[in-house]
Design a protein around this ligand. Structure first.
Ligand SMILES: NC(=O)C1=CN([C@@H]2O[C@H](COP(=O)(O)OP(=O)(O)OC[C@H]3O[C@@H](n4cnc5c(N)ncnc54)[C@H](O)[C@@H]3O)[C@@H](O)[C@H]2O)C=CC1
Ligand SMILES: O=C(O)C1=N[C@H](C(=O)O)C[C@H](O)C1
Length: 267
């Protein structure tokens, strides 16, 4: 039997961190070596397995950075990402970044870090979402010259606790669609007041925050007389957690560089 891959989870007490810990604990190819949290977290010292609702794993929630992780999986917050990048570069540890809402400067730091360590960075680790992104590009391409024109709007729905809007996934859908629409695409966030008629070259974004929705994206391709709605919805967070673990395994033998879930899923 080969040695299990040593993973550390950054943001381990969060909604996603707990699911990553839980799914990793069921996988004999993985060994959890650290569960990191911010140094003020009230649950520091508690067992990561207990918190995730699985067996006790003898890994305490801690703010200390581990020396022995092969891959760090990050589901934290933008304010925590800089230290995470720094530490992974310092320890030469591969990094899976799932956190959304980073600033442009943070994205630049992430890109710089990828010159020395392998990184998978994706706003959605879900197979269905990544496949839908490819489908959205294909639909856009096919409808580019549709008589009467094409209107594309992105509606995303998430739980009431989500801190960033629109979702990182909605923004990536928009960027991928804009690649097909052309350089003059405008990204319009919500509408209010006397907006005038919709222009031809815009993508509209609408962020809905309700209840406990773990994530849903609808891409509306509106034409005169008919429309297509591409809907992709999570029924639990495990699609993201499983995708992140697959990304960690895939990344473990890769050289430094920036990768995404299209690379992991060979799409
Ligand atoms: N790429 C993907 O597939 C997905 C990405 N996300 C993103 O992942 C992030 C986390 O989402 P949730 O788990 O729902 O949020 P959450 O708020 O439940 O969890 C974030 C955790 O990070 C912790 N944290 C804060 N500062 C820290 C620090 N300095 N060091 C270590 N940990 C720290 C918080 O204490 C919290 O436990 C969000 O940005 C979300 O948009 C969420 C789901 C899927
Ligand atoms: O915060 C969440 O929950 C999610 N965030 C990601 C995003 O912003 O795209 C991915 C997923 O939709 C869940």
């Amino acid at each position: 039997m080969s040695t299990p891959l040593k993973i550390a989870v950054h943001g381990a007490a969060g909604r996603m961190g707990r699911r990553v810990v839980a799914l990793a604990s069921e996988d004999s190819a993985l060994e959890l070596v650290a569960a990191m949290e911010n140094d003020q977290h009230p649950l520091l010292g508690q067992d990561a397995g207990d918190l995730a609702g699985v067996d006790t794993l003898d890994i305490a929630l801690s703010s200390k950075w581990p020396n022995d992780a092969d891959v760090v999986i990050d589901f934290s917050l933008p304010e925590a990402i800089d230290r995470c990048i720094e530490k992974c570069v310092l320890h030469e540890t591969a990094l899976v970044v799932a956190t959304t809402g980073m600033t442009d400067a943070q994205v630049e730091r992430l890109n710089e870090a990828s010159e020395s360590i392998p990184i998978v960075w994706a706003p959605s680790m879900s197979l269905a979402v990544n496949l839908s992104m490819k489908l959205a590009q294909q639909i856009t391409e096919k409808l580019l010259d549709v008589p009467g024109g094409l209107d594309i709007e992105i509606i995303e729905r998430h739980h009431r606790y989500k801190a960033d809007a629109p979702s990182g996934t909605a923004l990536k859908f928009g960027d991928l669609i804009a690649e097909k629409l052309g350089d003059d695409t405008k990204h319009v966030h919500g509408r209010e007041g006397h907006t005038g008629q919709r222009t031809r070259n815009e993508i509209g974004y609408h962020a809905v925050r309700v209840g406990d929705n773990p994530g849903e994206h609808t891409i509306v391709f509106g034409m005169l007389g008919e429309r297509i709605e591409l809907n992709v919805a999570a029924s639990s967070r495990d699609c993201y957690a499983a995708g992140a673990l697959a990304a960690a395994k895939w990344l473990s033998d890769k050289p430094e560089g920036m990768y995404d879930m299209f690379d992991v899923l060979e799409m």
